[in-house]
Design a protein around this ligand. Structure first.
Ligand code: ADP
Ligand code: MG
Length: 557
């Protein structure tokens, strides 16, 4: 279709709005244009978090010289023509807003060539005005270069996060498009460093390998589900492979990367009972359904969509995942070996079973009464008796609290105990993780991590905090980077690190404990600042008071 300006009637129906919020929005719009142009190769470059430079080159259809200026007019698009088209959008773009919006907030150069022209067209725009136009050489395709983003918009510049944060958003975005389009060869170069390269051979598992590393790629399960409405396919993690954030959930609907609470719920629901609290699966899920079944026109950035038949889509996704999981042997959440020698435990004191482990008066910060361990329930809870009834203590949550306080204290006193690894552990980071790792090199070192580059996106972990000696280092490091990259910036970084370390090093549910271990755990819990809650804010214990018991047994009215 040729590029035309949409009629006011159509314009009034599109969810127009500000599409360029930050550098990553520019990258998104340019990649979508390249994909809409049928490109099989897309190269993305960014410098200075995208503020200095963003360059996207493709080998797509190109723009005819006669339409090039029109492409920079608001609501000029080649993708839809009338209201009917709006009902069945098959392209990623359709509003004709991106190029003019970008040209308003940055300096833009475009060089484009179609299959039929003798020579390519070049155009340079400043503040939305064409300042130069000429013919140049270029094979078929389009290169858009965006410089000095938001230079004349200081308010917007101020709103941006650090170069590294913006870079990590860009890396995440390109990774998502690479997952959505395994048949397209993507490359990303951030500040002249190689970020990501896919082959474009159509194999989703290979893209997962490039982004999340070999270990994850190997273990992901294939899922496929087809019914009258939707076709769902993709790769999902087995329950033994989980992450502590939702950053590893990718949903593509008719190849559009979307944020969908509905799809997130459908996925997590299928894993219910298989993952520990706070853990999330890794999933790359493609859903295809007739364009009329979908409204993509509800949000300017087009990241949100509305399904006409939500329940049916929910069921398809849920069923597909459930069936894929049912085909694999269920492993219970992996227990990290609990070792006395890892320094997590002091030598157990010899005490008689009916001797109180500690006394209220001894410790001024004390919030817990004297507790006597009675036993362990379901290898998960410690049953203890106090002066006022029964206490059920969650052993994992309690140990998390202990380790959290311990590592933060060590860090504050600059005395973090470090454990060198005889055999360094090789870890492969996703582009986003690598970015986060680079930004947080110092904080990580302060907590005892020694991580060295080992070519490509591989790194060698040579030392870790001693407290984490029993943990799965790869899972822990990746959870830690996730947490550091998360937008909950109100939580100080040291707390994020301490939280991940504690969570991954603490004894698990399902771990049988000896009575002296249980007593020691309670003793140490007692000495923490907040013995009644784990660092995530969940309770470490439930108290059934004597009064409550008496009432339940109707001993009192
Ligand atoms: P939209 O994508 O909503 O149509 P844009 O402002 O992003 O609006 O682009 C305007 C038009 O410019 C597109 O409809 C398309 O015809 C053309 N165009 C933009 N980028 C490319 C590209 N990389 N390759 C070919 N055509 C492009
Ligand atoms: Mg577009």
């Amino acid at each position: 279709m040729i590029i035309r300006v949409l009629s006011p009637e159509v314009v009034s129906k599109i969810a127009a709005g500000e599409v360029i919020e930050r550098p990553v929005s520019v990258v998104k719009e340019l990649i979508e244009n390249s994909l809409d142009a049928g490109a099989s190769e897309i190269a993305v470059e960014a410098e200075g978090g995208g503020v200095e430079l963003i360059k996207v080159s493709d080998n797509g259809a190109g723009i005819p010289a006669s339409e090039l200026e029109l492409a920079f007019h608001r609501y000029a698009t080649s993708k839809i023509g009338n209201l009917d088209d709006l009902e069945r959008i098959c392209s990623l773009g359709f509003r004709g807003e991106a190029l003019p919006s970008i040209a308003t907030v940055a300096e833009v150069e475009i060089l484009t060539q179609t299959s039929s022209q003798t020579v390519a067209s070049y155009m340079h725009l400043r503040k939305g005005e064409v300042v130069r136009r000429e013919s140049r050489a270029r094979p078929q395709g389009t290169t858009v270069t965006v410089h000095r983003l938001f230079r004349y918009f200081p308010a917007r510049l101020k709103f941006l996060k650090s170069v590294n944060t913006e870079n990590s958003h860009i890396a995440h975005l390109v990774s998502q498009y690479a997952l959505a389009f395994p048949e397209v060869k993507f490359s990303l170069v951030l500040d002249k460093r190689r970020g990501l390269h896919t082959t474009g051979n159509g194999d989703l598992r290979e893209v997962v390998n490039e982004i999340y590393g070999e270990e994850i790629a190997k273990r992901m399960l294939k899922m496929e589900q087809k019914d009258s409405l939707a076709k769902v396919s993709g790769l999902i993690s087995p329950p033994s492979l989980a992450r502590s954030s939702r950053n590893y959930l990718s949903f593509f609907v008719n190849r559009r990367w979307v944020h969908s609470p509905l799809l997130t719920r459908a996925t997590e629901e299928a894993y219910r009972g298989l993952l520990m609290d706070g853990q999330h699966p890794i999933a790359v899920i493609n859903i295809s359904l007739p364009a009329q079944e979908l409204d993509v026109n509800i949000h300017p950035a087009k990241a949100q969509i509305k399904f006409c038949h939500e329940q049916a889509v929910f069921s398809s996704v849920h069923k597909g995942i459930e069936e894929a999981l049912a085909r694999t042997p269920i492993a219970s959440p992996k227990a990290v070996p609990f070792s006395v020698s890892s320094g997590q435990w002091e030598r157990p004191r010899m005490i008689m079973d009916n001797e109180p482990v500690f006394a209220v008066a001894q410790l001024p910060t004390l919030e817990l009464p004297v507790l006597r361990v009675l036993g362990q329930l379901a290898n998960t809870y410690i049953i203890a008796e106090g002066p006022d009834g029964l206490y059920l203590i969650d052993q994992h949550a309690a140990h998390e609290r202990i380790l959290y306080d311990r590592i933060l204290t060590q860090w504050a006193q600059k005395q973090v105990e470090i454990q060198g690894l005889l055999q360094p552990i090789t870890i492969e980071f996703s582009p986003r993780e690598e970015e986060t790792m680079r930004v947080n090199r110092e904080p990580l070192a302060e907590f005892g991590f020694t991580i060295e580059p080992f070519g490509n996106r591989s790194y060698l972990i040579r030392a870790i905090p001693a407290l984490a000696a029993g943990a799965n280092v790869i899972e822990m490091t990746s959870a830690l980077l996730d947490s550091l990259a998360s937008r909950e910036s109100l939580i100080p970084w040291e707390e994020k690190i301490a939280e991940s370390l504690a969570c991954h090093s603490a004894i698990r549910a399902g771990q049988q404990l000896r009575s002296e271990e249980m007593r020691e755990l309670i003793k140490q819990l007692e000495q923490t600042k907040q013995p009644r809650a784990c660092p995530h804010g969940r309770p470490t214990m439930i108290h059934l008071s004597a009064h409550h018991l008496e009432r339940e047994f109707r001993r009192i009215g």
